[in-house]
Design a protein around this ligand. Sequence first.
Ligand SMILES: C[S@@+](CC[C@H](N)C(=O)[O-])C[C@H]1O[C@@H](n2cnc3c(N)ncnc32)[C@H](O)[C@@H]1O
Length: 272
Amino acid sequence: MTDKNSTHDMVKKAYGEVAKKNTSCGCGPSSGASCCSTDKSYIIEDHIIPESEMGLSCGNPLAFSMIKKGDTVIDLGSGGGKDVFMTAEIVGSEGRSIGIDMTHEMLELANKNALKFTEKTGLKNVEFREGYIEKLPVDDNFADAVISNCVINLATDKQAVFNEIYRSLKNGGNMIVSDIVLEKPLSEEMKNSESLYSACVSGALLRDQYLKCIENAGFKNIKILSDKKYGVTQVGNDPITGEVKDELKDCASSITITAQKFIFTCGCYGKC
Ligand SMILES: C[S@@+](CC[C@H](N)C(=O)[O-])C[C@H]1O[C@@H](n2cnc3c(N)ncnc32)[C@H](O)[C@@H]1O
C-alpha cells in the first residue's frame, strides 16, 4: 500500500461502488468498503436529506457546538454530504458549507442531494468540490472551521492533510475531526489487506502518531472531545479480513478531536 496513486484508486473504486448502490449502509458483505462500526449512534435517523446518511461515519464532529452562524466550513471527504447539509443549516444563509471529495460518484450523489436540500430549506450555501484532502482545493486562511468524519485514516499522507487543514484555516479557526486511531500495531497480514484499508482500519495511525501529526502541523489547544472503542462489524467478503476479525477486537478507537490554529500576531507568544 505504498504507491499513493494506487491507494487513491483503490479507495475511489470502493467508495464509488458504495455511492452507486446508495443503500442505507455501505457495509454489506458485497460492498468491499466502509467505515461501519457496531456503534450505530453515529447514524442520524431524522436527517433532512435521508439519502446522505450512508452509515459511513465514525463520530459526529457537529455535536460539540463549535460551528457558528455565518461561518465558512469545509468538510474533508464529504461522501453523500450528510455533515455538509447539517453544517449548512447551522451557518445559515450568511455562511458557507463546502464538501471536498475525490470520488466522482460520491460528488455526483452529493450534488443530487444538494438540489433536494435547497428545495427543502431554501438555502443555497452548499458547494461540493472535487479534490484530494492531501492538497485541498481552497485558498489560504479561508475557513472558520474544518470538519471531517472518518476520512483522514484513508489518506495516503496524514501529515500533509493536517498541514493543509492548518493552511486553509483562518487565524483562530478550529479543526473538529472524527476519525479512527489504532491502539496497537496491526499484523503484517492486516496491514496489507485492501479491504481493511477501505474499511478505515489498516490505513489508520497509532493514536500517538496521529496526535503528533496534529502538533507538527502547528495546531494549539488540542483536545479529545470523544473517545470510544471501535468495533468493526463488516469488513467485506475478503477471506483475509474474515480470518483476522478476532484480531481486530480492541485494536482501534473512534475519536473526535479539536485543535486550533492560533498565531500570536503581536510577537508575545501568549505572554501578553
Ligand atoms: C468513510 S467515507 C465518509 C463519508 C462522510 N464523511 C460521512 O461521514 O458520511 C470516506 C469518504 O472520503 C473520501 N475520501 C477518501 N480518501 C480521500 C482523499 N484522500 N481525498 C479526498 N476524499 C477522500 C471517499 O471518497 C469517501 O467519500
